[in-house]
Write a protein that binds this ligand. Structure first.
Ligand SMILES: [Zn+2]
Length: 240
């Protein structure tokens, strides 16, 4: 995602992967824990495994953006906060293709990581069952115990969140890609049109999450995205 990053604090955790520095804001641990706790079968073990899976997956996602940005000669850094993260870089190159590649590299890295897990599972003799709401790599059922839970969480976050992130919704990566592509044919109206698409798609996904999946969390999240798109749209129209 491309969002403004939160202020530095004493609770920040710092790390470095190669030449890419990373910072974890305290809000990241809070949101990850909250998402783990809402599970009706939550325990200290399941929540800890969930936080570890979310952390690894979001780092992989942002690393995807950052490595792509680095390949284009930029000096990126990663910040994890709230429900996700951001790869911050100076837009040295602004070609539309570089923007699309950098945006797609985030979910791409997640799919790659999920693919690696599945390949390793199969190589170790486990059967693979892929169900978008219950990913499992297991011999008949699951890899046993904690490792099985971790694998399931990893596949869920990397594949399911990765796919959602590619929807043409602002400020998700898919919304970013949509705006970039629209700007090629109509630069003046691209932002407005991308937020229109974003609002309608958010409403459609919201209705689907409510009616078909009965997911309160997802419904609220896409309602918030629809409202935020609506808000930005009114601001854009007011600026003409
Ligand atoms: Zn992203």
């Amino acid at each position: 995602m491309e969002l403004a990053e939160p202020a530095h604090s004493k609770l920040d955790v710092h790390f470095r992967i190669g030449r890419i520095p990373g910072r974890v804001h305290w809000s990241f641990w809070l949101f990850a824990a909250l998402l783990g706790i809402v599970n009706p079968h939550a325990s200290l073990v399941t929540v800890s495994l969930w936080i570890a899976a979310v952390f690894t997956s979001i780092v992989a996602h942002e690393l995807g953006h950052a490595l792509a940005a680095q390949a284009y000669g930029m000096a990126p850094r990663i910040v994890l906060y709230g429900m996700g993260g951001v790869a911050v870089y100076r837009p040295v190159r602004k070609s539309w293709i570089s923007r699309v590649v950098i945006a797609a590299a985030g979910p791409g890295a997640g799919f790659l990581l999920a693919g690696l897990i599945v390949v390793c599972g199969v190589a170790m003799g486990y059967a693979v069952r892929l169900d978008p709401f219950d990913f499992r790599v297991g011999s008949g059922t699951l890899i046993d115990g904690r490792m099985g839970l971790f694998v399931r969480d990893m596949l869920f976050v990397n594949v399911f969140w990765g796919l959602l992130n590619l929807l043409p919704i602002q400020p998700l990566d898919g919304g970013n890609i949509t705006a970039t592509i629209l700007a090629r044919t109509n630069p003046q109206r691209a932002l407005e049109r991308s937020f229109q698409i974003s609002m309608y798609v958010s409403l459609a996904v919201m209705a689907t999450m409510l009616v078909i999946f009965n997911s309160v969390f997802m419904t609220v999240m896409f309602a918030a995205l629809a409202y935020s798109s609506y808000n930005t749209l009114t601001q854009i129209k007011g600026s003409y």
